[in-house]
Design a binder for this molecule. Structure first.
Ligand SMILES: Cc1cc2nc3c(=O)[nH]c(=O)nc-3n(C[C@H](O)[C@H](O)[C@H](O)COP(=O)(O)OP(=O)(O)OC[C@H]3O[C@@H](n4cnc5c(N)ncnc54)[C@H](O)[C@@H]3O)c2cc1C
Length: 394
């Protein structure tokens, strides 16, 4: 038996013994946050996975990881999927800022922040977008001015997802307004539990408020908490975006369970609403679309795997834009297929509907439209692919 087979056998046995029933199945994945209470099973699951170093399986042991190889990490993902285990910890700590600090932080920053990320001590918000800086991120205006051994930050960030539940925010701020716009930016870590930080939720049509505006009014940042060097934030911030896009694409090998495949309900819904005729979907048009979709999903999975295997660093570089975009387009096509199969009966958000799967499909269809905006829009990804992957002229 090979070493990898041994690892699989031991992993399978350990997961069977240690993953509580309440940590298996679908449902929201807890983010590390001191403001969100975990169920008992989620807490036990998180503690056991922390002890194994499997909340950040590929990170060095000294920072809370298990130093798994890519192959072992792949096995772990497969075994977690096999028993339908929920991610013990996810979010911007393990997936975005953690890998960035691991790659570009000083030793002191790594020792201070990474074990916290690995243990889920505190959830992180992302402070990039501003009212006047979305796709054109380098136009950001939030300022940080050095005041002794600390920076004072003033300005506002918009679309800061989950900020009401977060303990920290990593933010791109302008530290040298006199320099050209890409050269005067720094990435700083801000404790949100201080008088200089306030959060206002943005209420959506659905009544929910996953988005917020986060305001800084002389917010204090220790000068040590600039990641990757002062005025080097454009480079550091772009690398973090690659980790974000890799996570969206399911190819983040540094964070928790980035490569995990989530099963889609599309086939079941099509069979239920369109019907089966001689073992095939009864509607010719939808059958053809579903076949094309299935081929695209398979191609996507193979590309994901290739991107992970080929990447030298902890996450692929510009390729992450291509995989993120195609992943988003596949998920959106799955939603469109489900809505086409259900027709007007699918248009429901009322809780008294007998068919909960219709509400789930409708909510998913509406939510996943954001996948071609969040983490950089479809057009921005296409621009990156054209210039950086295909090498077309600027
Ligand atoms: C679900 C969700 C979660 C988000 N969470 C966060 C978060 O936590 N933190 C955060 O900082 N931000 C977050 N965002 C914001 C997100 O990063 C921005 O919405 C995104 O970068 C686009 O910026 P914008 O909304 O200002 O649109 P704009 O930049 O104004 O773009 C408007 C339109 O113009 C197009 N466009 C712009 N420039 C070009 C160009 N050069 N070439 C071609 N087309 C172009 C865009 O593709 C888009 O269609 C989130 C967004 C969503 C939808």
């Amino acid at each position: 038996m090979s070493e990898l087979d041994n690892f699989r056998r031991e992993t399978r046995a350990w997961l069977e013994d240690n993953c509580p029933a309440g940590a298996r199945g679908p449902g929201p994945i807890p983010i590390g946050s001191t403001k969100v209470a975990l169920s008992d099973d989620s807490r036990i699951w998180l503690e056991r996975m922390i002890a194994k170093g499997w909340t950040v399986p590929t990170w060095p042991k000294q920072y809370g990881g298990a130093e798994l190889s890519k192959a072992e990490y792949g096995v772990l993902i497969e075994e977690l999927s096999r028993i339908n285990a929920r991610s013990p910890l996810t979010g911007r700590g393990v997936n975005y800022i953690g890998p960035t600090i691991l790659e570009l932080g000083t030793d002191e920053q790594k020792s201070r922040w990474l074990p916290m990320c690995a243990r889920g001590e505190g959830a992180w918000a992302m402070g990039y977008s501003e009212p006047g800086a979305g796709s054109d991120l380098a136009s950001l205006a939030t300022k940080a001015v050095l005041d002794g051994d600390r920076y004072l930050v003033n300005g506002s960030k918009i679309w800061t997802s989950d900020a009401t539940e977060c303990d920290y925010i990593f933010a791109l701020v302008r530290t040298a307004p006199e320099k050209p716009k890409h050269e005067g930016i720094s990435l700083v870590l801000i404790d949100m539990d201080q008088p200089g930080v306030s959060v206002s939720p943005i209420r959506l049509l659905s009544g929910k408020s996953p988005f917020c505006e986060t305001h800084f009014d002389n917010a204090v940042v220790p000068a040590d908490d600039v990641i990757g060097g002062v005025d080097n934030g454009w480079t550091v911030g772009k690398r973090l975006l690659q980790f974000e896009r890799s996570t969206h694409a399911g190819i983040n090998t540094s964070g928790s369970q980035g490569g995990r495949e989530v099963s889609s309900p599309v086939r079941g819904i099509l069979e239920r609403y369109v019907g089966i005729d001689n073992g095939r979907l009864a509607d010719t048009g939808l059958r053809k679309r579903y076949l094309e979709h299935s081929i695209n999903v398979d191609a996507q999975r193979l590309t994901q795997r290739r991107a992970i295997e080929e990447s030298q660093a902890r996450a692929p570089g510009f390729t992450s834009s291509a995989v993120k975009l195609t992943n988003a387009l596949n998920l959106q096509e799955a939603d469109e297929l489900m809505m086409a199969a259900m027709g007007t009966t699918g248009m429901t958000l009322t809780d008294d509907s007998e068919d909960q799967h219709r509400i789930a499909a409708m909510t998913r269809w509406l939510y996943q439209k954001s996948l071609t905006i969040a983490g950089g829009t479809k057009e921005i990804q296409l621009n990156i692919i054209a210039k950086r992957v295909l090498g077309l002229p600027d």
